[in-house]
Design a binder for this molecule. Sequence first.
Ligand SMILES: NC(=O)c1ccc[n+]([C@@H]2O[C@H](COP(=O)([O-])OP(=O)(O)OC[C@H]3O[C@@H](n4cnc5c(N)ncnc54)[C@H](OP(=O)(O)O)[C@@H]3O)[C@@H](O)[C@H]2O)c1
Length: 324
Amino acid sequence: MPFARLAAATTPTAHIGLGLAAVGRPGYITLGREADLPPSRSVEALRERTFELLDAAYASGVRYLDVARSYGRSEEYLADWLHARPDIRDVVVGSKWGYTYTAAWRTDAEGPHEVKDHSTAAYARQRAETAELLGDRLDLYQIHSVTPESPALTDKELHARLAALAAEGVTVGLSVSGPEQAAAIRAALAVTVDGEPLFRTVQATYNILETSAGPALAEAHDAGLTVLVKEGMANGRLAGADAPAALREVAGETGLGCDAVALAAVLREPWTGVVLSGAATSVQLVSNLHAAAVDLGAGQLERLAGLVEEPAAYWRHRSELPWH
Ligand SMILES: NC(=O)c1ccc[n+]([C@@H]2O[C@H](COP(=O)([O-])OP(=O)(O)OC[C@H]3O[C@@H](n4cnc5c(N)ncnc54)[C@H](OP(=O)(O)O)[C@@H]3O)[C@@H](O)[C@H]2O)c1
């Protein structure tokens, strides 16, 4: 298991990972992109930004790196960075298949900038594309954004192919999304091939506003899976000046940013293996990494718990965030 490398890591930030969704392509849904990305979001400008973030993350002790086929050039950028830093061997690299990037490097493409396809054919195509870029540096391959109705939960041919990938030494996992994350996680925990559980990791959205996957993530952890948390800052809603008042108040008490407090609230869950920073700048990254130093008291946790939203309302809000 590649995550044994994280268990052995001694940096305080080893359980905070860096996701490249915000910088692998020009368009995304996080809130402050106009201010936080380079004025020209050219292929070269975003490559430079990605290298800067990866260098800062590694120097600060981050040891898990998260990309996906659909995050534009994220796999290519990460592969180039790993190639340029041959001495760095102690990072864990996770990617995802199941969405195809379709926006042709434009920010004004119509609708979402990615198209979902969880078929065996899509897996075969994207597995080859990932292998071409990341080769044997790929540790973890996740099905991207599984929901309870995804054919990936019942497709036996796909499961056999994924079990074959696991036999080659790549850890097989999935990410989940939407208001029914808990049901998708529980369905995934029941998937076996030749009597063995197929999925060894699960990546889910969990943050102060959306906690509904918590019990299922605890079950996944108890079943031996590594739990990775994404969207810990609710795509930026918990990070900027417009963060909820109770969060700003608690952050004021800690002397750190709302982003660090939001991530700390995830890190303290006993089932959290890794929480992702989706930083778009090195300044944000450094601020996010302060999460490792935040110790929240019972009263503070109680005030943060008051911010939780109904899952349906949370996901409706998320689906209305424009790609820009
Ligand atoms: N289905 C899936 O598998 C899935 C889905 C989503 C994400 N992910 C993974 O999870 C990672 C994180 O998710 P995410 O980026 O969507 O959400 P997130 O981590 O909740 O939000 C990250 C965003 O918050 C803002 N931010 C962070 N620190 C800040 C600070 N100090 N001050 C102000 N703003 C700050 C930045 O956006 P602005 O600069 O734009 O404000 C940043 O892009 C991704 O990179 C990806 O690897 C996976």
